[in-house]
Write a protein that binds this ligand. Structure first.
Ligand code: NIG
Ligand code: FE
Length: 411
């Protein structure tokens, strides 16, 4: 399928040689072409340029993008999109004054979602998840990471990952899967965390690896959940199966998870709402991508990751949704980008870089996603007519997307 986009008011994130990731000062630059065209062929970006030099690309299906901006589709490197039901009741409990932690202590939270998921058939779980995936694609997400972690039994954890794998087969969006068995201690193992970790190591990890269900391994490293020592155990065990770490750290407390994750060559450390100066130091000069999840902070009314401070310290930063039933029931990357500007003081350029090139890096897709580069996936967002790209985060409540193209096809 060949598709030509013409008269693009401004084409964003144009990189002849795209970097793997962007850090510090380099995040301020967003290269663009004004009055541009892009030619898509066979699911990839074949060529692009300015309208005064159109080349031979004529006579194909053409979309006139006059007044519109075109940018790479969002790369959402952290989601829990496969889940069952919702946690609306806990939302109301929080409005009435209970904290996220208090709700979890009462048997709500992750174990509540796990109970629902265990009772939901694989087919039903697929249907619920597919509806969410269709929505996020229409909101401009072209690549997505999906975690397990709401199963907490071998059967339910692998069920989640099979559903994520089936979504990857059925939809054009690129999906990466992560095994998050260590998301919470299941009710049956209350008071026996080590017993549950044994189950993860002896039964879940071998099965996930054997059936090729995940590329990454995750753990919720947090007070009341799993310690740094637990994380080390899981990451070392995961490494035996070539699973790369991408971990939940520093959501409510800084307990040393970042230094340990960096030591174990984590691809990303995610959440980071509570960061000490030492945590920022520990992220310097390494290959680990810090990932902020501003919609989670918004929904739970907790601090935002200090994105401004981290970029000013020279670090890279990626942005993702954290789409899940408990802390972030939204998979809208446009809202994430706007909230990063409004609440974390990222500039529009920094936020767009964080949600494209750096998001791709945080799920191992740097070579194929995240920029307008010849040979990369034809994953694009065409906006409605807008005055400038800064208008996208500025008009935070408007849906400014006109068309989404994934793998060269209109969604
Ligand atoms: O990333 N913090 C850990 N896990 C999820 C939320 C879990 C839940 O409340 O269901 C997160 O925010
Ligand atoms: Fe998460």
């Amino acid at each position: 399928m060949k598709l030509l986009l013409t008269n693009i008011k401004e084409l964003l994130q144009v990189r002849e040689n795209a970097p793997q990731k962007l850090s510090g000062e380099a995040m301020k630059e967003l290269p663009t072409l004004k009055n541009a065209w892009v030619f898509l062929n066979n699911g990839v970006i074949e060529d692009y340029g300015t309208m005064d030099q159109m080349g031979p690309h004529q006579g194909f299906k053409t979309i006139d993008c006059s007044g519109k901006i075109v940018l790479p589709a969002w790369c959402d490197s952290h989601s829990h999109l496969v889940y069952a039901g919702n946690r609306e009741q806990e939302f109301v409990d929080r409005i009435k004054g209970l904290s996220y932690q208090e709700i979890a202590e009462k048997g709500g939270g992750i174990v509540n979602s796990a109970k629902k998921l265990q009772e939901t058939s694989e087919e039903e779980l697929y249907q619920q998840s597919a509806a969410r995936l269709e929505e996020v694609m229409s909101l401009g997400t072209g690549a997505l990471e999906i975690k397990s972690g709401y199963g907490l039994t071998t059967e339910a954890e692998t069920k989640m990952l099979r559903v994520a794998k089936k979504l990857a087969e059925e939809y054009p969006v690129t999906i990466k899967t992560t095994f998050l068995g260590a998301h919470a201690i299941p009710t049956e193992y209350k008071g026996d965390k080590d017993g549950y970790l044994d189950l993860i190591c002896n039964e879940m990890l071998p099965k996930v690896a054997n059936e090729n269900l995940a590329e990454y391994v995750d753990i919720f490293c947090e007070e009341g959940y799993f310690s740094v020592a637990d994380m080390e155990r899981i990451l070392i065990e995961g490494k035996k199966y070539n699973l790369i770490p991408k971990v939940h750290v520093n959501q409510f407390n800084s307990i040393g998870g970042i230094a340990s994750a960096v030591k174990h060559n984590a691809l990303s450390v995610d959440h980071l709402e509570v960061m000490t100066n030492q945590d920022i130091e520990d992220l310097k000069n390494c290959d680990t991508m810090p990932v902020a999840l501003p919609s989670c902070s918004y929904f739970l009314s907790i601090p935002y990751a200090p994105g401004r401070k981290m970029i000013d310290a020279g670090l890279p930063l990626a942005l993702a949704t954290d789409y899940n039933p408990g802390s972030t029931p939204s998979g809208n990357m446009n809202f994430v980008v706007a909230t990063a500007c409004i609440k974390m003081r990222l500039t529009p350029e920094e936020a767009i870089n964080a949600a494209t090139i750096n998001g791709a890096y945080a799920m191992g897709l740097s070579n194929t996603h995240g920029s307008i580069t010849k040979g990369k996936a034809a994953n694009l967002i065409i906006t409605k007519q807008v005055p400038s790209y800064g208008y996208l985060p500025y008009a935070f409540g408007s849906n400014l997307i006109d068309t989404v193209i994934i793998n060269g096809e209109e969604v």
